[in-house]
Design a protein around this ligand. Structure first.
Ligand SMILES: [Zn+2]
Length: 317
């Protein structure tokens, strides 16, 4: 049976439904939880998050993949209660957003230690929650070049992916040659990797999306909604039409099977104010109407939001 790890246990991939493949319940930089300026009560966090997940469910959303790595505010017990109360499947990740968000304990760890840690979180559970990670997060540190630590994390993630059959999701796909080399050296087929943030305003020009896809990798157009049209756009925003044209152009090159979409929104940001007016529900409220207006049929939309993510997330035994 095909299966995917969610925080409430493994489920058949056929039950995922519509998947938001790169999102955050709450993302913050390591240490932000120590700054009283940003403290939120549990009531505030639930109040900000539950209505968004309920709406996601009402729109037909089935599964929310939380791409928040270790050290960035990942909170599995909280995710379990959110999932149980809203009916949205939540997939949690192991791994790190980038080497620069790994605390010193992990930053000093060997590839072997990191591999065992990732495998433990996938096969035994995260902390004492009993919830198993369903995806492995890796990423490129600020500065735009893969650091030695980034490379150790990528190699450990590749080994954990080969051992467990759980896929990898990347933060950024710039400076991608060393990443591809590591995956190939470790024997991980590139279709087990979702190369993310191919579409954001800063990184899109430096992301060789068709080169990666030509080698079998999956491409994440996963910052939909971070638009220059927003009232207070973030620095990685991009004009709505430009992102959409980029995406449609990618599909037009024959890469529909390898395309995944998401909004990378925060339900309740940690340690920063977040981006006003942007939620996971952009997918239903804006992206789907834009795709239909561009002429995509329902089968293509189902492929993007259901079939491709199910294929990606299914554990390969
Ligand atoms: Zn993200």
């Amino acid at each position: 049976m095909s299966r995917v790890n969610t925080v409430l246990g493994p489920i058949p991939a056929e039950e995922l439904g519509v998947v938001a493949v790169h999102e955050h319940i709450g993302y913050g930089m390591p240490g932000s939880e120590l700054d009283t300026k940003w403290w939120k009560t549990p009531e505030e966090r639930y109040e900000e998050t539950v209505p968004k997940l309920r709406k996601f469910h009402e729109y037909g959303g089935g599964t929310f993949v939380d791409a928040t790595g270790i050290c960035n505010g990942r909170d599995i017990d909280y995710y379990r209660s959110l999932s149980a109360k809203t009916g949205v499947h939540i997939v949690a990740c192991t791994g790190f957003v980038g080497g620069d968000t790994a605390l010193p304990f992990f930053a000093r760890a060997t590839v072997d230690y990191l591999t065992r840690h990732f495998v433990h979180e996938i096969t035994v559970g995260i902390g004492d929650t009993g919830s198993r990670a369903g995806v492995i997060k890796v990423g490129v540190s600020r500065g735009g070049r893969m650091t030695d630590l980034d490379k150790r994390i990528y190699r450990a993630a590749a080994r954990a992916a080969v051992t467990t059959g759980v896929p990898i999701l990347t933060h950024l796909a710039i400076d991608v040659e060393p990443a591809v080399a590591i995956f190939e050296e470790e024997g991980l087929p590139l279709h087990r990797v979702l190369f993310g943030h191919a579409d954001d305003g800063v990184n899109a020009p430096n992301t060789p999306d068709t080169w990666i896809a030509g080698r079998g990798g999956r491409i994440g157009f996963d910052t939909f909604g971070y638009e220059t049209e927003l009232e207070d756009p973030p620095f990685w925003a991009r004009p709505r039409r430009e992102r959409l044209d980029h995406f449609l152009g990618f599909l037009g090159k024959g890469f529909l099977d390898q395309a995944l979409v998401s909004a990378d929104a925060n339900c309740s940001p940690l340690g920063w104010p977040g981006v006003k007016g942007h939620t996971v529900n952009y997918l239903f409220e804006d992206l789907l109407p834009d795709l239909r207006a561009a002429g995509l049929d329902e089968a293509t939309i189902k492929k993007l939001l259901e079939d491709n993510p199910a294929d990606f997330l299914t554990i390969h035994d």
